[in-house]
Design a protein around this ligand. Structure first.
Ligand code: ZN
Length: 336
């Protein structure tokens, strides 16, 4: 039986959003004494400085999170969890993890509370098998971009193309935008592998899915807050999408590895490279070495090539790759 794992979303998402959309009074209340407080306006912009402040607070929160739920019931935990209030809506936990259904929410709760950090770019595994696109699917990853983005539609199309190119340039994968499906770009559109849609829920900047998930769960959702980022800041939509598309290829958060010393999620993964604090899949605020530009590192490029093969013309030594499990899981193809 294939067990879906929660799909990962950008932690910075919910955090950035809290900075981007909280009223100034809320931000003042949340900032410990001594922290710089931004000008009192209706909204506080998601500048790099503001993001840093929010992430510092969230990192402290994360440390206490496991302790907080020790001894508590799943029902208590469930009540605290936000659920997206639309068709196919997922549970959002810890601000950054989207979980398709209640059974998996409970599994997450058990693992989150009980699991210990493992010893060890990483790929998501399901019962010991890689969650990746099958060879017949990896170069046919089609998507639509909903026309519900309105005046931002062209920009989202452009940023998705730029972000997909970053992965296509190094690995034997191919994402294809299907403009003909943009006007009917829903979670139930089976003419594409996944959909890209806007949301305005204030819970994250964006969220994605893993290859083993079924069609209705295969969405890249971009929150309204992603369009309110400081144009002069490092964090931009294209970087967010590079990170999210890493998840759609089966890649997990690098910071769940023990070397990060924080932000542990679970142990359902196997390493593709040595630990890389600069990975596009590593949140900077989880003791990461990179910044909010969120670009692919050499290890990211090598790791994804280990999974899917290298893009044509890219020098690559497959002998450096760790041995892969004998089989893999992927979602049912949505196209013939
Ligand atoms: Zn993520």
């Amino acid at each position: 039986m294939i067990r879906n794992r929660p799909c990962r979303v950008l932690l910075l998402a919910s955090l950035a959003l809290s900075v981007a959309t909280f009223g100034a009074a809320a931000v003042r209340a949340a900032v410990p004494p001594g922290h710089k407080i931004r000008t009192a306006t209706d909204k506080v912009e998601a500048t790099d400085d503001n993001l840093e402040e929010a992430f510092a607070r969230a990192s402290d929160d994360a440390k206490g999170q496991r302790a907080k739920w020790q001894g508590k019931s799943f029902e208590e935990f469930e009540k605290s969890v936000y659920k997206e209030p639309f068709e196919g809506g997922k549970y959002i936990v810890s601000g950054d993890v989207a979980i398709p259904d209640r059974a998996q929410l409970e599994a997450f709760f058990r693992a989150f509370i009980q699991a210990e950090p493992p010893k060890g770019l990483i790929v998501h595994t399901v019962n010991g098998e890689d969650a990746v696109w099958a060879p017949a699917e990896k170069q046919k990853i089609t998507y639509c971009v909903s026309t519900a983005f309105g005046g931002r539609h062209a920009a989202v199309v452009r940023e998705m193309e730029a972000a997909t190119r970053a992965w296509e340039a190094v690995a034997l994968v191919d994402f294809t935008h299907v403009p003909a499906e943009d006007a009917s770009c829903t979670a139930s559109n089976t003419k594409v592998v996944f959909d890209v849609r806007p949301v305005n829920e204030g819970q994250y900047l964006a969220r994605a899915f893993f290859p083993n998930e079924a069609r209705p769960s295969r969405n890249v959702l971009i929150d309204e807050s992603s369009f309110g980022l400081d144009p002069a800041g490092k964090l931009q939509l294209v970087g967010i999408l590079r990170h999210e598309l890493g998840h759609t290829l089966g890649l997990r958060h690098e910071h769940t590895r023990p070397e990060s010393g924080t932000c542990f999620e679970d142990s359902d993964w196997r390493p593709l490279t040595e630990y890389d604090a600069f990975s596009v899949m590593h949140y900077p605020q989880c003791n990461g070495g990179g910044d909010w530009v969120l670009t692919l590192t050499d290890d990211d490029e090598r790791g994804v090539a280990c999974l899917y093969g290298a893009a044509p013309g890219v020098p690559f030594d497959a002998s450096s790759c760790p041995a892969a499990p004998p089989s893999a899981v992927s979602g049912a193809p949505s196209q013939p």
